[in-house]
Design a protein around this ligand. Structure first.
Ligand code: UD1
Length: 337
């Protein structure tokens, strides 16, 4: 059984990936510093899989502690999720973002070299494309200057990995450029746990429906889109988790040392369409209002998925209604606790 180090394994995407890794016969080893998650997620993972995973509460910036993990366990591959991801906060605290997102990456790459770990999957983002000239956006499109320190850490992260792959021909890595991950596990035992007021759309929708927030602000109704609201490629977190397993299976055989893949559905939906889907599956009329644009938002983006479908043999299976249904089930399960 292959040991896969999953950094940020108790987080939103990380926890769902732990389940899918286990389902495909891997042994995930979780590292998480609980900066945006809780240890309860570990119990939930155990309820879903019937297995208790090795979990280490460590900060990846702490080289010696992380080295101990590599010394004590034979690591066959790494999936690196652990990172700070609030765009607005990154503008206020850039050094924190560069430190959290890049020092941890450098440490993991150094340790990969030291301990001969040759497979690496990196959480990147469609934010690296900025606003593309045409859509859908494919992997050959240029990366535009980042709009935020957060976005910059993803661009720089990709470049660091690519340079390292070039210098160490034994090392193989894939960056997965996520579009907008939403939804939750079908059991409603794991899902997104935003700290405080959510920044992202879907947690804000579900919290408004649950009565935690009074009203959803829809940022901008005057974009150059059919209904005037922004367009995104929403992807179910379980589909996204499965893409990581597909990437891990491919990376060993990969002819190149480094590659990048979009991970989206290929469908663009507007913010209003997302709200309508939520209203349909929940039977709730959402209290929302169209307000000013949010600075830094991209008008529209969705993925060209030919490469990921063809090369990784992975395709998103869940539609927007499935995503909203699972997000709502998860929100309701939180109310019960
Ligand atoms: C952002 C980041 C992305 C990051 C992701 C996760 C950018 C350009 N995008 O995605 O890289 O991976 O967050 O943190 O930096 N909206 C509302 N009302 C709300 C919240 C959102 O109308 O209360 C709208 C936004 O204006 C946007 C859409 O919903 O049009 C999606 O927003 P959000 O969920 O925050 O994701 P992104 O900004 O697309």
């Amino acid at each position: 059984m292959k040991n896969i180090l999953v950094t940020g394994g108790l987080g939103f995407i990380g926890s769902h990936t732990v389940v899918e890794l286990f389902n495909q016969g891997y042994n995930p080893i979780i590292v998480d510093n609980l900066s945006n998650s809780t240890e309860e997620v570990l119990d939930r993972l155990e309820q879903i899989t019937g297995v208790s995973f090795l979990y280490l509460k460590e900060n990846l910036a702490n080289y010696e502690s992380i080295k101990k993990i590599f010394r004590d366990n034979k690591i066959d591959g790494i999936i690196h999720f652990a990172a700070s991801k609030a765009v607005g906060e990154s503008v206020e605290k850039p050094l924190l973002y560069y430190e959290n997102n890049l020092v941890s990456l450098l440490n993991l790459l150094n340790l990969s070299g030291e301990f001969n770990v040759s497979n690496f999957i990196f959480s990147s983002s469609c934010t690296v494309y900025g606003q593309p000239d045409k859509l859908p956006v494919d992997e050959s499109f240029p990366k535009l200057p980042a709009e935020s320190p957060y976005g910059n850490t993803k661009q720089i992260g990709e470049e660091i990995i690519e340079d390292y792959c070039y210098s160490n021909r034994e090392f193989k890595a894939i960056s997965l450029r996520y579009f907008n991950p939403i939804g939750a596990h079908e059991t409603a035992l794991i899902g997104e746990l935003p700290l405080g007021v959510p920044n992202n759309l879907v947690p804000f929708i579900t919290q408004t429906a649950a009565g935690i927030r009074e009203k959803l602000n829809v940022f901008g109704g005057d974009y150059d889109t059919p209904d005037g609201t922004c367009i995104r490629d929403f992807i179910h977190v379980v589909d996204l988790a499965k893409a990581h397993v597909a990437a891990l299976e491919y990376v060993e055989e990969m002819p190149e040392n480094y590659d990048v893949f979009n991970v989206g559905t290929g469908n663009g939906y507007s913010v209003l369409e997302a709200i309508k889907s939520f209203e349909k599956v929940s039977g709730i009329n959402l209290n929302y209002e169209i307000v000013d644009r949010r600075p830094g938002d991209i008008e529209k983006i969705y993925a060209d998925t030919k490469k990921v479908n063809g090369v990784l043999g992975w395709k998103a299976e869940r539609d927007l209604d499935d995503m909203m249904k699972s997000a709502w089930k998860w929100q309701k399960s939180l109310q019960k606790n």
